[in-house]
Design a protein around this ligand. Structure first.
Ligand code: HEM
Ligand SMILES: N[C@@H](CC(=O)c1ccccc1NC=O)C(=O)O
Length: 294
């Protein structure tokens, strides 16, 4: 017999029931509570399966999307803040926001494994009820792409029936992205940023500029001198990597659940999603890798 097993067990361990302390608030009428603070009544009554009879797995499908949208809301909040901090030459606090976004992205990528428990046959049993709705119509997803610099004015049309979403996207389309602000910040520090990049139409997608790759080569080759910029470059690379990993996991999940079927949003499906893997937010930060040490 071990010594610890002869010691007197605590009250809690003995009855396997924890006593409520006298100070614990139990009369919560007219007081702030967990549920009221978090708006739980609304949140938990926002799941409305459309399948008839209701399919067991549709709740999984809805909650997977809703949790994604909640996290996207925070990603947008943090990326906006990061962009504005960079615009105010406050790189260090901006990195804090970016670090948080990176953790959210990892959570979102990890979350695909939950949806992967949905088999093709189970999904086929309620897919028709989804009509023409599709993740392609997620305005928050588009907002994140816009904030990172992958602008595409054509995406706004999808939101003709959602004026508030469309307004927010149109606003982001016209504003500089986090990358635009980073480039402007470099110019303010005196780095030789090509003028075309400073004058560019920010409502268009950013495209690669050799002059910027060259500038980054200088940063990477003399990192001791430019540590904060160097660190920020790597943080941006992480953001893009994480975003692409999410896209890839989406693609693989779609492949295993609907195979080669066209999408409910009207696209070819997997082939269309595949093309997004060729998009890049920060092309020069990847191009510079071929130049280092040459
Ligand atoms: C059974 C699971 C899923 C399937 C079969 C699926 C399928 C598809 C397909 C085929 C598309 C292309 C557009 C279309 O024609 O519909 C698409 C786009 C999209 N889906 Fe999903 N999806 C699934 C789950 C999710 C989840 C959980 C999210 C999270 C919000 C999501 C977000 C998106 C987004 C943002 C797009 C637009 C991507 C782009 O423009 O490149 N999807 N999805
Ligand atoms: N596009 C999917 C349907 C789908 O996944 C979906 C439907 C409604 C709301 C969000 C969705 N998620 C991603 O596209 C499909 O073609 O099966």
């Amino acid at each position: 017999m071990t010594e610890s097993s002869t010691a007197r067990p605590s009250e809690t361990a003995e009855h396997n029931e924890r006593e409520l302390e006298a100070g614990i608030h139990t009369d919560l009428r007219d007081r702030m509570t967990y549920g009221s603070y978090l708006g739980l009544e609304r949140l938990l009554s926002a799941q409305h399966p459309v399948s008839e009879p209701e399919h067991h797995d549709e709740l999984l499908f809805i909650i997977q999307h809703q949790t994604t949208e909640l996290w996207l809301k925070l990603v947008i909040h943090e990326l906006r803040a990061a962009r504005d901090l960079i615009a105010a030459d406050q790189l260090q606090p901006a990195l804090k926001c970016i670090a948080r976004v990176k953790h959210i992205q990892r959570t979102l990528t990890e979350q695909w494994s939950v949806l992967a428990t949905l088999t093709p046959s189970e999904y086929a049993e309620f897919r028709d009820f989804l009509g023409s709705s599709s993740g392609f119509q997620s305005w928050q997803y588009r907002a994140v792409e816009f904030l990172l610099g992958n602008k595409n004015a054509g995406m706004l049309k999808v939101f003709d029936a959602e004026p508030e979403a469309q307004r927010q996207l149109a606003e982001l389309l016209e504003q500089p992205s986090i990358y635009d602000e980073f480039i402007r910040h470099l110019a303010r520090l005196g780095h030789p940023v090509p003028q075309e990049l400073l004058d560019r139409d920010v409502s268009r997608a950013h495209t690669a500029h050799d002059g910027l790759t060259e500038l980054f080569r200088g940063i990477y080759e003399d990192r001791e001198q430019h540590w904060l910029i160097y660190e920020s470059c790597e943080e941006l690379v992480d953001l893009e990597e994480n975003f692409q990993t999410w896209r890839f996991r989406h693609l693989r999940t779609v492949m295993r659940i609907i195979g080669g079927k066209p999408g409910t949003g009207g696209s070819s499906g997997v082939a269309f999603l595949q093309k997004a893997l060729e998009l890049t937010f920060f092309p020069e930060l990847f191009a510079v890798r071929s130049e280092i040490g040459r």
